[in-house]
Design a protein around this ligand. Structure first.
Ligand code: ADP
Length: 169
């Protein structure tokens, strides 16, 4: 039987921290389905289709990884794919409390699905989508933190909003 895992998140946008978790967990399962949450209630920079597209580009070299969007509960998404596990990444103690509650809630909803935590690689332990967006917004370099396709999109997006800002003056 194929062992499938899902890796859910906002990926707004994908960073090398996410990609590291994807690569390592793809080595542990027959198939990894990366799920981009469509309706998280969070204000997002990139529309869902673009977040999926960036993931697809960055994981094209990993044959057992598929990326798609989903709405609703992670456990329903996992069941749809007959997944045995939900993968989440942990950066620091500060991630732990939220992830602990989420895993407990998911276990309550779907006791047959395990949550697997992967510890960040230390070089990415500070890296988050929010930091990347903030630095890109201020014109800082993000090419060491995100795949090139993502960096280009960020540069494009913030250049445009900068130009719009200048026009207002
Ligand atoms: P969410 O909105 O669900 O937190 P994110 O896209 O921010 O979605 O993150 C998805 C998952 O990836 C989470 O489990 C998060 O802890 C993990 N993650 C994010 N950045 C890193 C990183 N630099 N190293 C390891 N895991 C990470």
């Amino acid at each position: 039987m194929l062992r499938v895992a899902v890796y859910p998140g906002s990926f707004d946008p994908l960073t090398f921290g996410h990609l590291d978790i994807i690569t390592r967990s793809a080595g542990l399962f027959d198939q990894l389905v990366v799920g981009v949450l469509e309706n998280s209630g969070k204000k997002v920079l990139f529309p869902c289709e673009e977040r999926v597209e960036m993931l697809q580009e960055a994981t094209a070299h990993l044959p057992n990884v598929v990326c798609e969007s989903f709405k609703g509960l992670t456990v329903d998404f996992a069941r749809k794919h007959k997944a045995v596990a939900v993968v989440r990444g942990l950066r620091a103690v500060s991630d732990f409390e939220f992830e602990f509650k989420l895993a407990a809630a998911n276990r309550h909803l779907a006791p047959e699905i395990e949550t697997i935590f992967m510890m960040t690689s230390h070089e990415y332990s500070f890296l988050s989508s929010s930091i990347v967006k903030e630095v890109a917004d201020l014109g800082g370099p993000v090419r060491g933190w995100v795949p090139i396709g993502v960096a280009r999109r960020l540069e494009e997006r913030f250049r445009r909003s900068g130009e719009a800002g200048n026009n207002d003056e």
